[in-house]
Design a protein around this ligand. Structure first.
Ligand code: ZN
Length: 315
């Protein structure tokens, strides 16, 4: 199109040169013809200008449209860029958050692992210390060997199979104001046993030396039989001896003469496990004297008043 218009313009310029030439060389007789040609030329010029203006307008429209399109594209690109940037920022933020969370989790896991390691180390240290302490500890003091060999496993355990149906009697507590006579021992001369009591739980008292000797005898007995002696009665007050004499008659000692009134006698429970001929009775008869405790002759099986449960301190 541009080339076409250029050709037209050249043609127009050629026409104008021809007209000039004709104007200079034409004779006056041809003036009307020349005027007509000039008018035609002016009209032609007018058309050219109009066409040129139209062309310019069209071009301007196209330029404007192109610019508008470019502006739109640019705006679209800008929006896209902004959207991309926003998306990128969001993605970066999400990644940062994820990384932070991962870092925190890793830190927590590491802390937990360190704590577990510390606990394990402490446990191992404690185990080492315990092992070292055990290794350096003095060996446990061996239990004193029983005076005689341990009984055969056939020795029956002691059970309460008493057949006594009389009135109950209990060990007496010493009187703080005791004058020291039989059945009236002062508390200051007595010791309460830490291990022995009757079936009712009554505390047991003996004269202090007799109590210590019985402690040692009981320890040896326990090493042999695995249990403490089952005590029934130890110290007996004068008043209790009176009550017993009244209840039992000559079987009980005259008040003021009982060895229980001196705090130097004990009675075992009247159970068959301690009976005459039993392994326990035999052991006590044989080993008691080493601790000062004996079965008096009158209480032996062939004695005047057989009582397998009765022992006295002679130390
Ligand atoms: Zn007795």
């Amino acid at each position: 199109m541009t080339r076409t218009w250029r050709l037209r313009l050249l043609a127009t310029l050629g026409s104008l040169a021809l007209v000039g030439t004709l104007a200079c060389t034409t004779a006056p007789a041809r003036v009307p013809e020349i005027a007509a040609q000039q008018a035609e030329t002016r009209a032609h010029d007018a058309r050219l200008r109009a066409e040129q203006a139209a062309l310019q307008a069209e071009t301007a429209d196209r330029v404007a449209a192109r610019e508008a399109a470019q502006t739109a594209v640019a705006a679209q690109l800008s929006d896209q860029l902004a959207a991309d940037r926003a998306a990128a920022e969001q993605a970066a933020a999400e990644q940062a958050a994820a990384e932070q969370a991962a870092a925190e989790q890793a830190a927590a896991e590491q802390a937990a692992a360190e704590q577990a390691a510390a606990e394990q180390a402490a446990a191992e240290q404690a185990a080492k210390q315990a092992a070292a302490a055990q290794a350096t500890a003095r060996p446990a003091r061996p239990a004193p060997a029983p005076v005689t060999a341990a009984p055969a496993p056939s020795v029956p355990a002691c059970v309460n199979d008493s057949t006594y149906a009389g009135p109950p009697f209990y060990t007496s507590a010493p009187d703080a104001e005791g004058d020291g006579s039989n059945g009236r021992l002062p508390a200051s001369a007595m010791t309460r046993l830490t291990w022995g009591h009757d079936t009712a739980g009554t505390p047991q008292y003996l004269a202090t030396r007799a109590a210590g000797a019985l402690d040692r005898l009981n320890a040896s007995y326990r090493a042999a039989f695995g249990t403490d002696l089952d005590l029934d009665l130890t110290y007996r007050s004068f008043d209790e001896q009176v009550r017993m004499r009244e209840a039992l008659g000559s079987v009980a000692a005259v008040p003021g003469t009982s060895s229980h009134g001196t705090g130097r006698a004990f009675d075992l429970q009247e159970w068959s496990c301690y009976g005459f001929g039993s392994a326990r009775y035999q052991w006590l008869v044989e080993n008691g004297p080493a601790f000062g405790w004996v079965a008096p002759g009158w209480a032996r099986q062939n004695g005047s008043n057989p009582e397998y449960w009765h022992f006295e301190y002679t130390g």
